[in-house]
Design a binder for this molecule. Structure first.
Ligand SMILES: Cc1cc2nc3c(=O)[nH]c(=O)nc-3n(C[C@H](O)[C@H](O)[C@H](O)COP(=O)(O)OP(=O)(O)OC[C@H]3O[C@@H](n4cnc5c(N)ncnc54)[C@H](O)[C@@H]3O)c2cc1C
Length: 386
């Protein structure tokens, strides 16, 4: 056993684990972070990198807004690739215009900055928009974009500057014994580590730790399909681009007075509804464009219900619909991938405390890149209140 005793051991170096590590270090705590891979390679690096509090319900928007502050604060100290180019929701018909207008009214009450743009203003700001598709837009100037393949690794480098931080890559934690007065954390090579408190942020991996708890929970796994278009040399599409189907999908819109009536009119057997597709664009610094996504679901105890296939029909649908929204130089696919995250059916996050020492926190769903830093800030303050 290593002699050191940590104040906090964190299992999982995805955005949720890293965010908890960041705030614990800011409190002066001694932190160990364990990651089964050399570096994170799950949903935290497979997403769009859209930091969009505008898409969250009122509770999670506040965490997202805190995250904006936290990301910008780190960026100020070390370049983690954060860009503030805002987010835009493009409405393509009267119903979507109605919803963005209602969302703006809600945001006014919540004191969250958003600007309604006419069709002309949208096209002036994003010249590649298809004039037939775009009818109006709602712009959130404060929102951020990050490159998901880079950001988390740079934040890890930032944490490593702190002498109270220890990172254990390629370390699979297979057991946490919390029955005595501290946590004994045991890896797959039988090395053990001691900590006062443990936080388990294992994402969508449930076999190694707390299998029974997860198996009996209402967690579900969600498989998303994504693609990246090869770099476009001339085209610049700054920030996060969200479109009509997103307006009918993201939680922030649930509070709009017209939401239910508009949803009820949807064609139940449409392809996009069957595969949970909505169309989002995000351009990276090299000019490539991430395009997605789709959603397939399986209960945690029947997780073979989602397979590992990339479906051509979904990629073709992305391209077909995206072409109706944007004019691009080309539509050549660079690569395609799937990502899996976990979420709860009843609650907005999975949180269970074992022996008053182990905090299992996962199932943050599709809001992790946006909300994790802000959520973890509050959570670390609660856990280490005294
Ligand atoms: C395709 C896609 C697009 C998305 N787009 C966005 C977006 O634009 N904006 C947004 O806000 N959110 C987005 N999300 C959601 C977001 O990516 C997730 O909410 C977030 O990444 C979850 O982070 P996490 O830390 O909980 O899990 P993960 O990223 O899965 O990290 C968990 C880590 O724990 C490690 N681990 C697990 N068990 C052990 C163990 N026993 N020992 C050691 N290590 C272990 C794993 O190796 C992994 O690295 C998207 C998700 C997907 C899949």
């Amino acid at each position: 056993m290593k002699d050191v005793k940590y104040d906090l051991a964190i299992i999982g170096a995805g955005i949720l684990g890293i965010s908890h590590a960041l705030h614990a270090l800011n409190k002066g705590l001694k932190v160990a972070l364990f990651e089964r891979h050399q570096k994170a390679q799950s949903s935290t690096v497979r997403n769009f990198g859209q930091v969009v509090p505008s898409g969250m319900n009122t509770k999670w928007q506040l965490y997202g807004r805190k995250s904006l502050e936290i990301y910008k604060n780190i960026q100020f100290k070390l370049d983690i690739g954060v860009k503030q180019n805002g987010s835009i929701y493009i409405a393509s018909n009267e119903e979507e215009i109605q919803l963005i207008e209602e969302l703006q009214a809600i945001n006014k009450v919540n004191d969250y900055n958003s600007v309604l743009l006419t069709k002309e203003a949208c096209i002036e700001k994003y010249p590649n928009l298809n004039h037939d598709y775009c009818k109006a837009g709602l712009f959130f100037p404060d929102e951020l974009s990050v490159d998901p393949t880079i950001m988390i690794h740079r934040v890890l480098e930032y944490l490593k500057l702190n002498q109270n931080f220890s990172f254990f890559p390629n370390t699979l934690i297979k057991e946490i014994d919390s029955t005595s007065d501290s946590c004994l954390i045991i890896d797959s090579l039988n090395n053990s580590y001691k900590a006062s408190i443990s936080i388990v942020c294992s994402g969508a991996e449930f076999e190694q730790l707390y299998f029974k708890e997860f198996y009996e929970s209402d967690i579900e796994l969600v498989k998303l399909q994504m693609l990246r278009l090869k770099p476009q040399s001339e085209i610049k599409i700054p920030g996060n681009i969200l479109t009509g189907l997103t307006i009918k999908r993201y939680e922030s819109f649930y509070d709009c007075p017209s939401f239910r009536t508009i949803k009820d009119k949807e064609e139940k057997n449409s392809f996009w509804k069957q595969w949970g597709v909505h169309i989002l664009f995000k351009q990276e610094s090299d000019g490539s464009i991430i395009l997605g996504d789709s959603h397939e679901y399986a209960d945690v105890n029947q997780k073979d219900g989602i397979d590992f296939y990339l479906r051509d029909s979904i990629s073709e649908y992305f391209l077909q619909e995206a072409k109706k929204i944007m004019h691009l130089e080309h539509w050549n696919i660079d690569n395609q991938w799937l990502g899996v995250y976990s979420q709860c059916k009843e609650n907005d996050i999975y949180y269970k405390i074992i022996d008053n020492k182990v905090h299992i926190i996962t199932g943050i769903g599709g809001k992790g890149m946006t909300a994790s830093p802000g959520y973890a800030f509050e959570n670390i303050n609660k856990i280490f209140a005294s």
